[in-house]
Design a protein around this ligand. Sequence first.
Ligand code: FRU
Length: 506
Amino acid sequence: MKRHEQAIEKATKSINQAKDKVSKNYWRLNYHVASPAYWINDPNGFIFYKGEYHLFYQHHPFTSQWGPMHWGHVKSKDLTFWEHLPVALAPSEEYDKDGCFSGSAIEKDGKLYLMYTGHKWTGENHDTDLEQVQCLAVSEDGVSFKKIASNPVIKGAPEGDIHPHHIRDPKVWKHGDYYYCVIGNKTKEEVGQVLLYRSEDLLEWEFLNIVAKGGGNFGFMWECPDLFHLDGHDILMMSPQGMVSEGHLYQNLHQSGYVLGKLDYESGKLDHGSFRLLDYGFDFYAPQSTIDDQGRRVMVAWMAMWESEMPEQEFDWAGAMTLPRQLFIEDGQIISKPMPEVEKLRNNLTQFENVIFDGKRVFEGVSGYCLELDIVIDAKEATQFGLRLRVNDESKEETVLSYDCNESFLTLDRNKSGKGLKGIRKAPVELKDNQLHLRVFLDKSSIEIFINGGEKVMTSRIYPSESSTGIEFFAKGPISINSLKKWNLDKSVDVITKYSKSMAEN
Ligand code: FRU
């Protein structure tokens, strides 16, 4: 497979040439995964393998725009400190000549297998003129991957109301004696659906059924499916393209969410309830999960959105991963919490308790751009309250989080955040004992808000200037800040390690 090695070498050279300059850009994130240079999208192949977490991602290693997809690669011992590894997959064969699209990973006989979509354009129209097949690549060391000789392992669509060309993003898992995979698809009439396959050996696959299908306002194509068991339920996560907005819901171009139900492994059907969003922010797509050695279900997503303006493109990079999150089920819903390991990054705690005020309030030592806030607010008699983050009063930059006690919505407002897209997003949030609990993670160009223990989450990119570091609380009517904790967070990505140094010298 010389061709594959050459294609990887070309990608590595391109990244190495750009990365020093890219690293100087102020918006580079301190503790979120991004590629050392150029474009990334979906997380791929997320797996706990031989004691380490491996995370791959859709990557175009030549420009900051989407292009022929490669797989970038990072690994971590703790989901917090990440190390860059060489590009894992590059288009090199006839069946994947225009891209190695999204997919997943599984361990078999001690080897690491990647299952991905080989993508080919067959004409000018990018909606109709394409061919997608499912392929395997294998690694003995978890670093260099060989595409198998019998690729593609799934070619052509099964009979029935199954679109023959839009068939992508295999997510593989083992259950009993079989391997299973779900694949994103749509009907010939543009209704999103997911296909379920079964295999004894990862090489020969049998189509079982359409495991779930949309209808109504449920998208014209379902991308990046993921099916897993959690706390007594079978969960299908997917990213439906083209749902129409309904009030505060489905405001982004495409959505990511889940249905909860029971999978019948014999019939290949999922009996499930209604669709729920996984995140209420601007930038969250194509989530993928894995299970680790502690039995934790961990999810990560692309922290961006298709067709969004991405101001970092000017600086030769684009896109990042969200913080990894642990998933739980509570009251029939997914709850997502930051992994406890992120707390390793905390330093310099500043803390306040039981501060009652009405109007505006700043706290000494509570400011910055790379930090975590843990806040419990009692709404008392206020009608509205919240906080302004990344504030610069001179340039009038601010990112505003405000809770409306009458409407019961938390609003994230990035109209004045800095460069880039504007707008607001709203999450429905009920106070608990009249209290709101927020955990806010700020990185140099991102914000993630975990609300009431992860019952709702809002994830967004923001592009403030370096000097926008203020934090100010506000309230219409008295509130009590029962507890306010602020930690600065250390850098854990793009940290120079022995390994990254020797890679750069090669
Ligand atoms: C989702 C997606 C996938 C596809 C990949 C291509 O964001 O469109 O369906 O495999 O991105 O980069």
